[in-house]
Design a protein around this ligand. Structure first.
Ligand code: ZN
Length: 276
């Protein structure tokens, strides 16, 4: 049994992957299945005492890989930009409280303004947040997003852009989250992953799959092996940099959320073993 579990030593699951489950259900089920890493989504903390959350995680020996998610810095509305900073400061406190070393940033975009303006606001937002991140001992991870989200979720759409921005801060508290769903198509991906690692910015590695036919831009991601992403090849590039962190399963899927979550967890583990 021990050997059986050992090959899961680098598997982490994002709680949003099992959206119907509470934090406690995620933790107990993952633990029982031999999964050691967890990335916690903030929705699960909303109705929870953070000390209790920390206790549940610690009691099961879970390693909290990241808190997801902060960001949304870009807005044509200055009040919303200010509120976003405040919300990110709360997120940093939550991350510190539950022992998450990383806060993943969905950087934001606003269709009412140019991408250039959004990027300037993202930079400004990270700048404002950085002293608080240092104070909390939590690193910020810029997650570049697929261009299909450039109008509403992120104006940072390639790994080159994320690398450039992270490098410009020259801080131990700013890094990059590489998510195969967002980046697999990029002809410069190999080189940019190497650059990201070489500069010490490769902070997280998110996995799932891209189905050629999606019912929904957001909530129809594929399980590893179901789509077009050359996952083993990309993992190889990530590890070429010396990255030894977790492979984080992050799947938003109405289809999977509607099935029995325990059976789905078995499928996730099976897909992880076969396709990564
Ligand atoms: Zn991701």
């Amino acid at each position: 049994m021990a050997e059986h579990r050992d090959d899961l030593s680098r598997l982490c699951i994002h709680t949003m992957t099992n959206r119907p489950w509470s934090l406690k259900e995620c933790v107990t089920r993952y633990h029982r299945a031999g999964v050691r890493g967890i990335s916690v989504w903030r929705n699960l903390l909303e109705r929870m005492d953070l000390h209790e959350a920390r206790m549940i995680l610690d009691d099961h020996g879970m390693e909290v890989v990241s808190l997801v998610r902060g960001g949304f810095f870009a807005s044509a509305d200055s009040v919303r930009r200010k509120l976003a900073i405040e919300d990110n400061m709360v997120a940093l406190e939550q991350a510190a409280m539950i022992g998450a070393p990383l806060l993943v940033l969905v950087c934001g975009a606003d269709e009412r303004q140019s991408l250039v303006d959004s990027r300037a606001q993202i930079r400004e937002g990270i700048e404002k947040l950085l002293p608080h991140a240092e104070g909390a001992g939590v690193k910020l991870a810029i997650e570049p997003m697929h261009p299909m989200y450039a109008a509403d979720r992120s104006a940072i759409n390639t790994l080159a852009q994320a690398n450039h921005m992270a490098e410009s801060f020259q801080s131990d508290h700013v890094g990059v989250a590489v998510d195969v769903f967002h980046l697999w198509w990029d002809p410069d991906l190999h080189g940019e992953i190497i650059r990201c690692g070489k500069n010490g910015n490769l902070s997280a590695f998110h996995i799932c799959d891209w189905k050629a036919s999606m019912d929904d831009m957001l909530n129809d991601r594929g399980l590893m092996g179901e789509g077009a992403i050359p996952l083993k090849e990309i993992r190889g590039w990530v590890e070429e940099t010396g990255f030894e962190g977790y492979l984080e399963v992050e799947i938003f899927s109405e289809r999977y959320w509607s099935m029995d979550q325990a059976a789905y967890l078995d499928r996730i583990i099976d897909a992880y073993r076969k396709h990564t």
